[in-house]
Design a protein around this ligand. Structure first.
Ligand code: SF4
Length: 96
């Protein structure tokens, strides 16, 4: 059975793959928590559209601003309260 080095411990190739996947899931969860803290409600609102700049910055555009002047196109973050907030069904449910 092939082995790979992980620190000073020898583990199987299959075990290394499982550990890598677990670390990726933890990192994804940590990133989602970080975004929620920084962005607030827009992070998981169905009306938000994430816009990535050439430099890698992410801007959160409110879709309701197109039809309702009460909403800012680029709301000040973090958004703590919002009358237009509707939770996205899943992470892929936001506008793009
Ligand atoms: S409706 Fe509110 S929470 Fe949703 S994207 Fe617009 S500003 Fe953010």
């Amino acid at each position: 059975m092939p082995t790979v080095m992980a620190g000073a411990v020898l583990i199987s190739h299959e075990r290394a793959i499982l550990l890598g996947r677990r670390m990726a899931r933890r990192r994804a969860g940590w990133m989602a928590d970080k975004e929620r803290d920084h962005v607030g409600l827009c992070a998981h609102c169905r009306h938000v559209r994430r816009i990535k700049s050439d430099r890698g910055s992410i801007f959160y555009q409110c879709g309701l601003a197109r039809t309702d002047p009460n909403f800012s196109k680029y709301p000040a973050l973090p958004v703590i309260q919002c009358p237009g907030y509707e939770r996205a069904q899943s992470s892929g449910d936001e506008q793009s």
